[in-house]
Write a protein that binds this ligand. Structure first.
Ligand SMILES: NC(=O)c1ccc[n+]([C@@H]2O[C@H](COP(=O)([O-])OP(=O)(O)OC[C@H]3O[C@@H](n4cnc5c(N)ncnc54)[C@H](OP(=O)(O)O)[C@@H]3O)[C@@H](O)[C@H]2O)c1
Length: 263
C-alpha cells in the first residue's frame, strides 16, 4: 500500500474501500460483515462509510471480527447534512457520538461533512464542532465532501482549521476538475468517489493503455488517480475485484497516457 500525507501529518492509504451498499439486502441493512471481512482479507486498511449508508455497525463489527486491530484500520465516516431542520453544534456533536457508538470505537480517523448546504452560518457552526472534536483527539482528521471551490473558499476564509480532504465524484463521466485542482492548490487532498462507476463508452482507450501493463481498465483508472495525487475508494462486493483494485502499485503511466485518460 502507498500513502498520502494530510496537511496535519496523518497518513492515509492511497486506496480505500467504498462501502455504500455493504451489509444490505435490497437496500435494507442486514448486519452482515462479509464484505468488510472480505475487503480486509484482500488487503484493505481504509473504509469509507457514512451515517446515511446505515451500515457503520457492520464496518465496526467487521473490523473487530477480523482481528486485525482497530489501530491498523483507517475509518472515514460522514455527518449527514441534508436536513429539513437547521443544523448546528449540537447536531454535529450528536452525529459524532452516534458514529462512535455504531463503529464501536473511541476515535474516527477522518470525519467528513457529507454535502455543503446553502446556510453558510450553519455549516460554519458545524465545522467548528468538528474542529472542537479534532482538538480533543476524537477526530484524527476532518474534511468535507462534494465541495466546489466557492464552498471550500468559505470554510478556508471563515474557519480556523482548513479541511484536510475533499471527497468528490471523480471519473471520466465527471472529473470535477475545478474542485480537484482547487483542493490540491490549497493543500486539501482530493478523494475520488465513484471512481469506477462511469459509462462503458469511456473504457476502450483506458483498456488499451492498461493492456500494455497487463492491467484492467479498473486498475488503470485507479492508477491514474494515484499518479494525480487523488485517493480513490472503489467499492466491490467481489473478493477478486477488491484484490484487483489494490494491485495498482507496480506500474507507471506515462505523461502521454495520463493526458489521454484525462480526455
Ligand atoms: N461522498 C459522497 O457523496 C459519496 C457518494 C457516493 C459514493 N461515495 C463513496 O464512494 C464509494 C465508491 O463509489 P461507488 O460505490 O458509487 O462506485 P464505484 O466504487 O466507482 O463502482 C462500484 C461498481 O464498480 C464495480 N467494480 C468494482 N471493482 C471492479 C473491477 N475491478 N472491475 C469491474 N467492476 C468493478 C462494482 O461491482 P462489483 O461489486 O461486482 O465488483 C460496482 O458495481 C462508495 O461505496 C462510497 O463509500 C461517496
Amino acid at each position: 500500500m502507498q500513502y498520502f500525507t494530510l496537511s496535519n501529518g496523518v497518513k492515509i492509504p492511497a486506496v480505500g474501500s467504498g462501502t455504500n451498499s455493504f451489509a444490505k439486502t435490497d437496500g435494507v441493512f442486514n448486519g452482515s460483515t462479509k464484505e468488510v471481512i472480505s475487503a480486509i482479507e484482500a488487503g484493505y486498511t481504509f473504509f469509507d462509510t457514512a451515517e446515511s449508508y446505515r451500515n457503520e455497525e457492520a464496518v465496526g463489527d467487521g473490523i473487530i471480527e477480523s482481528g486485525v486491530g482497530r489501530e491498523n484500520i483507517f475509518v472515514a465516516t460522514k455527518m449527514a447534512t441534508r436536513s429539513e431542520k437547521p443544523l448546528g453544534r449540537n447536531d454535529a456533536v450528536a452525529a459524532i457520538e452516534r458514529s462512535l457508538n455504531k463503529l464501536k470505537t473511541d476515535y474516527i480517523d477522518l470525519y467528513l461533512i457529507h454535502f455543503p448546504w446553502e446556510k453558510r452560518d450553519e455549516e460554519k457552526e458545524v465545522w467548528e464542532a468538528f474542529e472542537e472534536y479534532y482538538r480533543k483527539g476524537v477526530l484524527k482528521a476532518i474534511g468535507v465532501c462534494n465541495h466546489m471551490p466557492d464552498d471550500l473558499e468559505f470554510l478556508i476564509k471563515n474557519c480556523e482549521i482548513k479541511p484536510m480532504v475533499n471527497q468528490v465524484k471523480c471519473n471520466p463521466d465527471e472529473w470535477n476538475k475545478a474542485a480537484v485542482d482547487f483542493s490540491q492548490a490549497n493543500g486539501i487532498i482530493p478523494i475520488a468517489w465513484g471512481p469506477l462507476k462511469f459509462a462503458a463508452e469511456h473504457r476502450p482507450p483506458i483498456e488499451e493503455i492498461g493492456r500494455k501493463y497487463g492491467k484492467t481498465w479498473a486498475q488503470t483508472i485507479l492508477r491514474y488517480h494515484f499518479q494525480r495525487g487523488v485517493i480513490s475508494i472503489p467499492k466491490s462486493h467481489s473478493f477478486e475485484h477488491q484484490k484487483e483494485n489494490l494491485d495498482i502499485f507496480d506500474f507507471e503511466l506515462t505523461p502521454d497516457e495520463m493526458r489521454i485518460i484525462a480526455g
